[in-house]
Design a protein. Sequence first.
Length: 489
Amino acid sequence: MMKIKQIAFALAALSVSTFASAGVTPAQIETARGAGTLDQAWVAGASAPTKSIYEGWVKGCQAGTGSIFTSQATSSTAVTPGSLGNFFAYACVRGTRTSVLYHTVDGGSLNAYTPFTNGTKLARVSYVGNASCTKLATGYADATNTANNADVYKGCAQSGAAVALDANGVQTAANNAVNAAALTANPLAPQQIVGGFSDVEPALFSATIGGGNVSSFGTVSNAFLGQAFGVAVSTPLYRKLQEVQGISESGTSYAAALAPSLTKGQIASILAEGGAVQTAESWLPIIGDDNGEKVIIQRRVDTSGSQASSNAFFLGNPCLGGSQLLPANASTGNYQVVLNSGSGNVKTNITTASNAAAGSRYAIGVLSLENDPTVENAANSGYRYIKVDGSHPETGDAANARAAAAAGTYPFHMEMKAFVANTAPAGFQRNIVGTIVNALKNPSAAACATLPRGLTLNPDGGNTTCEAGVVKAKFTNFGNNCAPAVLYE
């Protein structure tokens, strides 16, 4: 009998060891659901902080139990959070319970709020407990922090379709119906988000599309992360601006110190409806001649945090009652505006302009700085960042693109928000956003330098391990992106 007990103990130990060394599987998730030991929640919103949100989630996980599920095609070789499409989920063991967090970044920041403010129905990865997706032979391995390592599953079923917007920037009735039906047909996963993360506060979005005052729907709080944005232009426009400004650089070199510069006012004249460049229908006010080139603006949809940040920073909207950026696709003479649902579309379209024939080569747009042209594939790499008022976002920090923003010398920098809906059920679902925020603002000393590119830590978040002016910002507007930033001491 003693020998049988010893064998049983050995098998139990082996089972625990095996489970701890591999990510949670769909079968284990389904088993936990049947046993009543499964926690699930769903968040949505901004795409830029995806990797940080994942790492905030991991902080509560048992080591070695992480798995990532995505609807991204198996043909994609990406395994890093933030590069896995717009619909994904994370799973691990937290305490004694199996937990799954579904994460949707389709449509941008505003969709952290719109499911409550105007009834937007988002899509998500289908319930992963019976997922038919493919486990990759090689998962996500983080050399800087092995706690982030995870198995990666791709090609997972998706419930619903990407959000489709009407001319007013609101989800179409048809798209809403499709997504509502898809969620109902997949009842084992959450039917509604609990909130999420946004590049900016909801007040920077128009109330007509689900922004404005959302206090009756839930609680908005600081996420204690900052996001730097850059003005991206096609490479022919970049070189032309250098030529006009007397800067000599050629070939494949794009040094930040030699980047051309435009003022906020000049950029506003390009982006604003009725601006000087649009009125001239050429680049004449900026480069001194039209050069036979169209003015091509690659902008984001109104639900995007990048778009709201552009409105606020360049045009004072709504902070100063300034003009809105062009509301939709437009083509007037040589002035063209293209509406893009995602940053990937902006990059692809600017790259297309870079490779186009004369007359269609000058494109401009705004991207969050997690986008790095030096590591993009050929279809997305034909853009470069210019200086804004003489300051370049990659100065002194080409790899991470945050030192200038953290030091306060690069101005296009916004502070992020977290949102939790009043309807979020108590317990895991109500608490998970706050749990992630607490992890975000207090990374380990080793993780300070490995924050995702373009992100900074807010100085008022209580972090004492990250260096101010390099990773942690020296200035803050305390979460009010319409207010001037002040030195935090």
